[in-house]
Structures are given as C-alpha cells and as structure tokens.
Design a protein around this ligand. Structure first.
Ligand SMILES: Cc1cc2nc3c(=O)[nH]c(=O)nc-3n(C[C@H](O)[C@H](O)[C@H](O)COP(=O)(O)OP(=O)(O)OC[C@H]3O[C@@H](n4cnc5c(N)ncnc54)[C@H](O)[C@@H]3O)c2cc1C
Length: 413
C-alpha cells in the first residue's frame, strides 16, 4: 500500500517513520530542495511527544540537541529592574517532561531516522490530486504523475494539500490577536543559557542564544488593536510594521530594529493564526500537524501536537490495516480532544504572554516571583486557577499501537 506525505517538517517524518515501520510503502515530497536549514526557532516537546521520541529510539539525539536555555530575564518597559525566571520551574508547572530544541535540529533528527527506509522527493510539490476508486492520481510540479493509495498533507500552516482538497486557507484560519517576528542576529549579548528581554503593554522582545548556536535569535511578539494589512512576501512592509509597533521601547530594541534588522540573515513575520476545521480528512486524503490543526505558532504547543497527531494517524492506519474509511475517523476522534484543548490554551496564551495593560504587566512580574519562590505543585495550583487547561499535554494518554509490521510485505510494494 503506497502512501504519499507532503512535507518533511515535524509531522511528516514522524508519520513516515511509523508508517514505514508498519510495512507501508512511503514517499515524502518536500518543496525545499534539501532538508531545510532556515535558521528556525526554538520549539517545545512536552511529555506525550517525548514519550513518542522514546518509542522511536531518538531520546539521546533529542536530549543532545537541547537549546540549554535555563533562564528568562526581562525588565518591564520604563523600569530597569531585571526579573529572572527559571524556565525549568515554569515548564514543570505546565508539564512533567519538557525539552526545548531548535526546530531545524528536530527536523534533521527525524529525517535521519527515516532517510534510508523512505523515498524522498525534494524540490517538488503537488499540483493536483484526483481521487478515484483505485487511489489518488497525483501530479507534481516537476516529477512524473503517480498514483498513491492515500495522501497525507503534513505541509504546515499554509498547507498546499489542504488548499487543493478543502479550499482556501482563509476559510479555516482565525487571527487570535497577535503577531510574531523572529530574526537571526549575531550573539553580541553573549547569551548561552538564557533569554533576555523587555516587555511592555501589548509588546515584548526577547533575545536568546543556544548551547550549540553561533548566532542568536530575536523574537518579537505584539498585539495591535486590529488585524494588520500586508502581503506575506512583502518583507519591507513587515519590517516597517515591526519598527512602528516597537518604537520607543528601550533596552536593546533601537539596535535590534536598526542595524540588526537591516542585516538579519533570516527574518520571519506572521500573524498568530489558528486553524479551525471540524474534520481534517476527506476521502483518501487526510492532514497531520499544523496543516490540519495548528493552534497558533509559538503559543499552543503545536510541535507536540504535530508529533502526537502523526503517531496516532500512523497507528490507526496500522490498526485498520490501511483501511482509511476506518482509520481516518478513528484518528480524528483520538486526537480531537487534544486539538480542542490546544486551541483554547493558545487563545489564552496569546493574551497572557503579552500583557495588555499596566496591571497585567505587574501581574506577570508577580507571577515570575511566585513561580520562583514557591514549590512547583503550589505554583501549579495557583497558576492553574487563572489558566484553565494548563496541563493539556500531560492529560494525553497515548494509545499503544502495533510495534511491528501491520500490513503484509507484498501489500507494501
Ligand atoms: C516563529 C515560530 C515560532 C514557533 N515557536 C514554537 C514554540 O515555541 N513551541 C512550539 O511547540 N511550536 C512553535 N512553533 C510551531 C512549530 O514550528 C510548528 O507547530 C511545528 O513545526 C509543526 O510541524 P509541521 O510538521 O506540522 O509543520 P512544519 O514544521 O511547518 O513543516 C511543514 C513542511 O512542509 C513543507 N512544505 C510546505 N509547503 C509544501 C508544499 N507545497 N509541498 C511540499 N512540502 C511543503 C515545508 O517546507 C516544511 O518542511 C513556532 C512556529 C514559528 C513559525
């Protein structure tokens, strides 16, 4: 049975790994010409995703790739005092197990785990999908047309497969009130194990380095009064918007928005957008990760959700021996609760991360003191009072699926 996966990010290779282990013949098509090194950003893996990493035998390389960011030091706008939060303590409030890694490192580790058993088509993209009784006829931008039994879109928030099968992204995306920018800069602050920054009303800036990074990343989060108008490829306009919304903020911000922004080797700017689809499978096509259920980049634990979603989709296909009419609904049922809780959490986090008023700013600082000075279970209980669903990752109970081949070798060819 042949399965095509679009996208070799996080969900794509995890799905490919498990499908390959179950005996399916897997092809991955990735638009980038090679496993991507975009200069990316740090992402979080929480307990259920780390349990899956364990089951894939990848605990050691993932541990070794930890960013090593241990502390968060920031000052409030118009107040020079530095408040420091131990990130481990904060994360223990959210989950019993947590690792932060650079997305690029994670993608590389997952890719290495599947590169020999799975066919990869780099530098290509699907242009059309036509489903018929025998399978899905797929045409590509560059390669020859082929037929597959199933097609999975794991091609991220701006998914191509979703657009081809379900329609334009705007039908499913909701702006949840914030914007995010990330750029790569020289590590002139000498940051290795901490993020340093400044937070003001409706805006915050943080800079962090990593244990094995030569450069540093500057992250900007802000919440304008209304949605902004810009084209997603118009980088000059995005930089102008960033400069406008962070004007007058102190600390290193004038330098970051001046020479560093002019010279940044990588620059990412996007709205924090949530995808809301009632179901993410149609016929022989389904979606995994951000393509189907992105709760919002940087605010909803979407990397863990992508890993869990991919694991569950593969497992349900194995359990149903490739019968997608049973496997796809089972997959949606199995992760539906986690998806909904992640959406709710992300909407709250987009509000909480960036204080909306001076009072909120004060509360954030008090929260830092609280988490630093009282035992974790008490901090968890107190923080939990104001943030429902804080333990959403640890509430996930992973299903056990077959550990070995589930479809016959002759059906896999
Ligand atoms: C700036 C930023 C900060 C973030 N911070 C965090 C964080 O702190 N914590 C966290 O958990 N998550 C964070 N995220 C989210 C995290 O990166 C994603 O949730 C996660 O990578 C989802 O994985 P995915 O495989 O679904 O999608 P992606 O990682 O986006 O992978 C999609 C893949 O599909 C490929 N692709 C796209 N279009 C096509 C096409 N037409 N044909 C073939 N291939 C295609 C892409 O090149 C990419 O390789 C952040 C995201 C961003 C952008």
């Amino acid at each position: 049975m042949r399965i095509l996966i679009s996208g070799a990010g996080v969900a794509g290779p995890v799905l490919a790994y498990w499908l390959n282990r179950y005996g399916f013949a897997v092809t991955v098509v990735e638009r980038a010409p090679a496993p991507r090194e975009t200069g990316g950003h740090a992402v979080d893996l929480f307990r259920p995703a780390l349990d899956i990493v364990d089951r894939m035998g990848l605990t050691q390389p993932v541990q070794a790739a930890k960013t090593g960011t241990e502390r968060l030091s920031f000052r409030a706008e118009n107040d020079g005092r530095l408040h420091t939060l131990e990130i481990g303590r904060l994360m223990r409030v959210v989950s019993d197990r947590h690792i932060e890694v650079m997305r690029d490192d994670l993608v590389k580790i997952f890719y290495e785990a599947v590169r020999h058993g799975v066919e990869h088509l780099f530098g290509d993209s699907i242009t059309a999908l036509a489903e018929n009784a025998g399978g899905v006829d797929v045409t590509f931008e560059r390669g020859a047309a082929r037929r597959f039994d199933l097609v999975i879109g794991a091609d991220g928030l701006h998914s191509n497969v979703r657009r081809l099968v379900f329609g334009e992204e705007s039908r499913f995306s909701t702006w949840i009130g914030a914007y995010l920018a990330v750029m790569s800069i020289p590590n002139y602050l000498g940051l290795r194990d901490r993020m340093e920054g400044v937070t003001g009303v409706n805006r915050m800036v943080g800079v962090y380095g990593g244990a094995h990074l030569d450069d540093a990343r500057a992250v900007f989060l802000f919440r304008p009064a209304a949605e902004l108008g810009y084209h997603h490829r118009d980088v000059d306009r995005q930089k102008e918007l960033l400069r406008r919304h962070f004007a007058g903020l102190g600390w290193e911000v004038p330098r970051l928005l001046g020479e560093e922004l002019d010279n940044a080797t990588t620059f990412y700017f996007d709205s924090i957008t949530q995808l809301r689809m009632d179901g993410w499978s149609r016929g022989r096509v389904s979606l995994a990760g951000d393509a189907g259920y992105c709760p919002g980049p940087a605010v909803g634990g979407s990397t863990s959700l992508a890993v869990v979603g991919a694991y569950v989709l593969a497992g349900e296909l194995a359990e149903a021996r490739g019968d997608h009419t049973r496997a796809f609904p089972a997959y949606e049922r199995e992760i539906g609760g986690y998806v909904r809780r992640s959406r709710t959490f992300a909407v709250g986090a987009a509000r909480r991360f960036v204080p909306a008023t001076r009072l909120d700013l004060w509360s954030v600082i008090q929260g830092v003191r609280l988490i630093n000075h009282i035992p974790t279970p008490i901090a968890r209980a107190l923080v939990g009072l104001g943030a429902r669903g804080l333990r959403l990752h640890d509430e996930v109970v992973l299903k056990d699926y077959p550990r070995g081949p589930a479809v016959k070798a002759d059906a896999a060819g």
